[in-house]
Ligand binder design. Structure first.
Ligand code: PLP
Length: 287
């Protein structure tokens, strides 16, 4: 099986791909990234991912050089899918841009250096069984910075919270900041409180998830109201349904939170309905 990646302007076997030890992504986590879902060679919600990548790049003040653009990265991604035999079945595309390679100094390299672009396509298997039964989650303090709306490589608080979740047998950690549920380490959270579907509004404390916004539109189409008001920690005992969303998570019911059942301890009605509309959209969609 071929496994070709794109790095620094070249297509190379993954095992031969190299970046400098002075790459600012390696030294500072100074970069941004995107993950796209691919089903039978069709990329899902490409325009949204491109727009978010542009926004993240602007947010951290990285300028792409020459003819590079998110649209071009998508074309490179498509080529990788083809080269690596991933045009059938499920796959993901990973795209990363760092500020480039320079002698270590906190401030930006001067003069500017070329950003390092890395793109990879890999096989993906959805969490089909867990999506039926629902997954356990834990709550965890949100220890991240105040620009969580940018999809940066600085994921250490997410990594640590995710590891704690794993060690406690949970699928995801639900992050709580100032008494409100923000999001997960790699997902957005939605919950039903007193019959109303709620999720954190799009602000600097959450990543504007692509699945979150696709699902918001789909919910509207099937007449499900969504209230973008954060769920407070003191409302957690009143949750009748809880689920998370993400590019590789789809709609994942959460049936147990901190070892207590959520609702009846099984995926709820709204959750299952939204699971279905997203699955239908993924099956028919792509752009
Ligand atoms: N929140 C965080 C912190 C994430 O890292 C992710 C995805 O990686 C998400 C939410 C979900 O975003 P998307 O639906 O675009 O995958």
């Amino acid at each position: 099986m071929r496994d070709i990646v794109y790095v620094d302007g070249s297509f190379v076997p993954r095992t031969e791909a190299r970046v400098s030890v002075e790459d600012r992504g390696f030294v500072f986590g100074d970069g941004v990234y995107e993950v796209l879902r691919v089903i039978n060679g069709r990329l899902f919600a490409t325009r949204f991912h491109n727009a978010r990548l542009k926004r993240s790049l602007e947010g951290v003040r990285i300028s792409l050089g020459g003819s590079d653009s998110p649209e071009r990265f998508v074309e490179i991604g498509k080529q990788l899918l083809k080269e690596n035999g991933l045009l059938q079945g499920e796959a993901t595309l990973y795209m990363q841009v760092t500020r480039g390679t320079a002698t270590r100094a906190h401030n930006f390299p001067s003069p500017d250096v070329q950003p390092t672009v890395y793109i990879s396509a890999v096989r993906f298997t959805p969490y089909a069984d867990l999506a039926k039964t629902g997954a356990p989650a834990i709550s965890h303090p949100d220890l991240r910075w105040a620009r969580c709306d940018l999809k940066t490589l600085n994921l250490l608080p997410n990594v640590l919270a995710s590891q704690t979740a794993k060690e406690r047998g949970a699928f995801e950690a639900m992050l709580v900041r100032d008494g409100v549920v923000t999001e997960g380490t790699k997902t957005n959270f939605f919950g039903v409180v007193d019959g109303t579907l709620r999720t954190h509004p799009s602000d600097n404390h959450i990543l504007p998830g692509i699945t979150r916004s696709v699902l918001r539109d789909l919910a509207r189409e099937v007449n499900i109201d969504l209230n973008e008001t954060p769920i407070r920690s003191d409302e957690i005992p009143r949750l009748s349904e809880l689920f998370l969303t993400g590019t590789t998570t789809d709609v994942m019911p959460v049936v147990r939170l901190d070892d207590k059942l959520v609702g009846k301890g099984a995926p709820g009605e709204l959750t299952r309905k939204l699971q279905k509309v997203l699955a239908d959209s993924l099956a028919s969609g792509g752009d």
